[in-house]
Design a protein around this ligand. Structure first.
Ligand code: SAJ
Length: 399
């Protein structure tokens, strides 16, 4: 694919903005589109509205040299990339309305020879559905544009590195679309590019995260069994994983974030009668948060509620990030506060949070009677027990 192309990216969030900045860093003109005026304003000042290491410098650079512009509307371009959210509705069913709206917004700007790529996590068949929306509005584009699905698989906190180095799965609606999409990703991806059909690529993304959710559910269930058996779960995992073909994950206070806790529902929703393990895993991981809360309340019942000081260590949805979205630790801490416990909170990755008394680690260790480790932030690792404190460790920090 030529390098003097123009790229439109619909959605400038956790995936769209880093992707836009990375492509623009290859001296390609990128026109980013978002529905939030403040996002557009922030980006056009060369700043960012999300927390992601190295992203601020990259955005500042590409906006400064004019290769990235943010706007509310698309323009005519060669490539249109959709990176908008696909949340769950109240019935745990996927909501693809943002994808549909983004597709409808680019239709007036589509021309023969264009490439349309969907990166948002979608139920299988979405790419085909979106193509029919395009062709019903512009029949002359049928067989005249390339449409592909390419899931992202970046880890929050190392997005720029992973966007560049991870392998990518490229699912074309037809073989030509896959080839053209591959030539586009070749511009900025150093990882291997693997082509397939759109439906397999859609399913691949869901399978990656469902696989992880099922394996986390296994160890969360194991942690409850070990607790009943009075066995140290951390020692048990360590020893069992010495087996050359056993690699057990880490139990926690639940599965948070907007991916692992969400994507399996896309499969459950479409394959209700066949996704038994996947659904049970979701239930186990949701239940783990309730189990942790019950253990805490049971322990605190031995104290005078009006006097006991409780420290919740960690609020983020996983270690060493500041993202609180769908965080199990946040749910637990919020519940304890709502039950009128005197709660101190330590979250090294954020400065303030309404409704929480955020203190630093040392102060919490000093003031608290009961210390509850919920997230394995690097600041908490190798905590050593002291005699006059009650410690509940749900994430394996106590040595
Ligand atoms: N967790 C555990 N035990 C573990 C690992 C994770 O309890 O052993 C918990 C974490 O604490 C967190 C949740 O699971 O609450 C999810 O954490 P994660 O690191 O597994 O997932 P994400 O959401 O940060 O990123 C995942 C990644 N997918 C896979 O690893 C298969 C990432 O590659 C995807 O790009 C991302 O989802 C996504 O965007 O889908």
């Amino acid at each position: 694919m030529k390098k003097d192309i123009k790229v439109v990216i619909m959605g400038l969030g956790y995936i769209g903005l880093p992707t836009a900045a990375l492509i623009a860093s290859k001296k390609i003109c990128v026109h980013g589109v978002d529905v939030e005026e403040n996002v557009i304003e922030t980006i056009n000042q060369g700043k960012i509205h999300i927390i992601e290491p190295d992203l601020d410098g990259l955005v500042n650079n590409v906006v400064g040299n004019g290769f990235l512009i943010a706007d509310t509307t698309p323009i005519n371009a060669d490539v249109f990339l959709i990176a908008v959210p696909t949340p769950l509705n109240d019935n745990f069913e996927p909501d693809i309305s943002y994808v549909e709206s983004a597709i409808k917004r680019i239709i007036p700007y589509l021309r023969k020879g264009n490439l349309v790529i969907i990166e948002s996590t979608c139920p299988i068949g979405t790419t085909s559905k979106m193509s029919e929306i395009i062709f019903s509005n512009m029949p002359e584009l049928r067989n005249n544009i390339n449409i592909a699905y390419c899931p992202e698989r970046v880890l929050p906190g190392q997005v720029i590195y992973e966007l560049t180095h991870n392998d990518r799965i490229i699912g074309g609606l037809d073989e030509k679309s896959a080839k053209v999409a591959m030539s586009f990703y070749n511009i900025f991806v150093k990882g291997d590019l693997h082509t397939t059909n759109a439906k397999t690529a859609e399913m691949c993304k869901l399978v990656e995260n469902a696989y992880r959710d099922v394996n986390i559910a296994f160890v969360n269930e194991l942690s409850i069994i070990a607790d009943k058996a009075h066995i140290n779960i951390w020692e048990l995992i360590d020893l069992a994983s010495k087996h050359p073909r056993v690699d057990i994950m880490q139990p926690g206070c639940g599965v948070g974030g907007h991916c692992i806790a969400v994507d399996p529902w896309f499969l459950i929703s479409d394959f209700k009668d066949d996704s038994k393990i996947i659904k049970t895993a979701r239930e186990i991981n949701i239940n783990k948060t309730e189990w942790v809360l019950a253990k805490i309340v049971e322990k605190l019942s031995k104290f005078d509620k009006t006097r006991v000081v409780v420290a919740c260590m960690g609020l983020a949805y996983k270690p060493d990030i500041d993202d609180l979205r769908e965080s199990s630790a946040l749910k637990i801490c919020r519940k304890l506060i709502s039950e009128d416990y005197n709660v101190l909170t330590v979250e090294p990755n954020i400065d303030a949070l309404d409704g929480f008394e955020l203190v630093d680690y040392e102060e919490a260790l000093e003031r608290a009677d009961v210390i509850i480790f919920l997230v394995k932030h690097r600041e908490f690792r190798n905590y050593t027990l002291v005699p006059d404190k009650v410690v509940l460790d749900f994430c394996g920090v106590v040595k």
